[in-house]
Design a protein around this ligand. Structure first.
Ligand SMILES: [Zn+2]
Length: 454
């Protein structure tokens, strides 16, 4: 029997990286695997072996690992075949060398680190397909992975094709543009392969599957670029707080099948589905006494209904997950963004930049933003999206603009807000009142000059 499941990764919210800095927010809970006491009885502790190549391959199809190194053709598609450790990598010749290398590095690291998060040995002997752009990925998913067009979602960055002629993990290398994002994406897809094994190939809801992949992806990305994940967590929290205010939090726990997941993502103009899945799992694993997703999957592998496995792992009924998560978003998460304007940090060096998010707006509301100190002023304009959210980057100001800033928001539908920010510099001498007045004239900038729309 041919087994195939398609598990799509879409990491649509893309935030450029800033210089690294120490961030206490990154002291996250440790990763969760099955309790060690389970290992003697859990079916997944039996020979792990290669995850993806263990799945049925139709007879008559040569194993990809038996193809020669160098230029090969698979289904008339010319690719270059190399190895990365025990893995086989097939890439299109126009994948830029630096992105290919970043992807290979992430594959090497994640092959050990992702299974280690579940207390498992390194993954070996997997096949990877690396395509240069999203359009090539979509074509490869159809022509090589035999993915039906109905399962394609524009913007997909990676996919784990489990089973079929060319089972393996497929990537759009144009998303390998930053170490943190690359590690996140690669780890996400490897986690899918592991979940498939951990669950004993039994079915469980797609929202849980994707939540675990996002959670592990974020944990691995933190090791590569803590700053990247901290910024994404900050912005994602603001977006979910906004969605909570307008009743737009995706009904995550209702997404049971891969088809439901694809449909939800096609209709997800605000890209909230993956963000919710990530934050749902981060919240779940932080519950007091939670055993974690590895435990849930081990129980599923033993034949327990998912609802039972969930309740035993997390300490409350599955039917409570949606109301409890929604209460968390409207409570703790929203409190972090009270006041309509929130900066990721309120104190930063003049040459740094951080996200500044707007959460109290009406959907589509236009607003003026002003940042003013005694020496410099920045003004600009934002438009809230359908959930009343907007974000800009702030910082990278001239050295002489160091000082205390007040940021204010004035919306055209009545929303107002303010916050304080301090730009730090060590080599700016105290200025006279006359100099301050002159600077105010010389250093009044449009917001667009100093920041980028997110
Ligand atoms: Zn996924």
């Amino acid at each position: 029997m041919l087994i195939r499941r398609l598990l799509l990764a879409i990491l649509l919210l893309s935030i450029a990286a800033s210089p690294a800095y120490a961030d206490s927010d990154e002291q996250r809970a440790p990763l969760y695997g099955a309790p060690s006491g389970d290992r003697s009885t859990s079916p997944f502790i039996a020979p792990m072996g290669p995850v993806l190549s263990s799945i049925d391959t139709p007879s008559g199809v040569p194993k990809r690992s038996e193809l020669p190194l160098g230029t090969v053709e698979i289904n008339s598609w010319p690719l270059i075949h190399i190895t990365q450790g025990s893995h086989h990598v097939f890439y299109q010749d126009n994948v830029p060398a630096d992105r290919l290398q970043r992807g290979l590095n992430a594959i090497a690291t994640a092959s050990t680190a992702v299974p280690a998060a579940f207390g498992l040995p390194p993954l070996e002997g997997l096949d990877f397909y690396i395509l240069p752009y999203d359009t090539d990925l979509q074509h490869a998913m159809m022509r090589l992975g035999d993915v039906p067009p109905s399962m394609l979602v524009p913007g997909t960055e990676g996919v784990a094709v489990l089973g079929g002629r060319n089972s393996g993990i497929y990537f759009d290398a144009s998303k390998f543009d930053e170490d943190g994002a690359t590690m996140w994406l690669v780890s996400h897809e490897l986690t899918h392969g592991l979940e498939y094994e951990l669950s004993g190939h039994r079915d469980f809801p797609v929202w849980f599957n994707e939540g675990v992949a996002e959670f592990i992806g974020s944990q691995m990305a933190s090791r590569a670029s803590a700053n990247f994940v901290a910024q994404r967590r900050f912005t994602t929290g603001a977006r979910l707080a906004s969605a909570s205010r307008v009743g737009a939090v995706p009904p995550l726990a209702t997404f049971q099948t891969d088809e439901a997941w694809v449909a939800a993502n096609r209709g997800d103009a605000n890209n909230l589905v993956y963000e919710s899945a990530w934050q749902m799992m981060e919240w779940l694993t932080a519950q007091p006494g939670a055993a974690g997703p590895g435990r849930t999957l081990a129980l599923v592998a033993q034949g327990r209904p998912f609802a039972d496995a969930f309740a035993e792992s997390f300490g409350f009924p599955l039917s409570d997950v949606t109301p409890r998560f929604n209460a968390y978003l409207s409570g703790d998460v929203s409190t972090r963004y009270a006041g309509s304007i929130t900066a990721q940090r309120t104190s930063l060096a003049v040459n740094e930049r951080v996200p500044l998010v707007f959460t109290g707006l009406r959907p589509g509301e236009n607003a003026d933003v002003q940042m003013k100190s005694s020496r410099c002023e920045l003004t600009g304009h934002i438009t809230a999206d359908e959930i009343g959210f907007a974000a800009i980057w702030i910082g990278e100001a001239p050295e002489r603009c160091a000082g205390e800033f007040t940021a204010t928001l004035t919306g055209n539908q009545g929303t107002t807000g303010s916050t304080q920010l301090t730009l730090l510099a060590s080599n700016v001498a105290p200025a006279s009142a006359e100099q301050n007045a002159a600077d105010m004239v010389a250093h009044t900038y449009r917001l667009a000059d100093l920041s980028l729309a997110a």
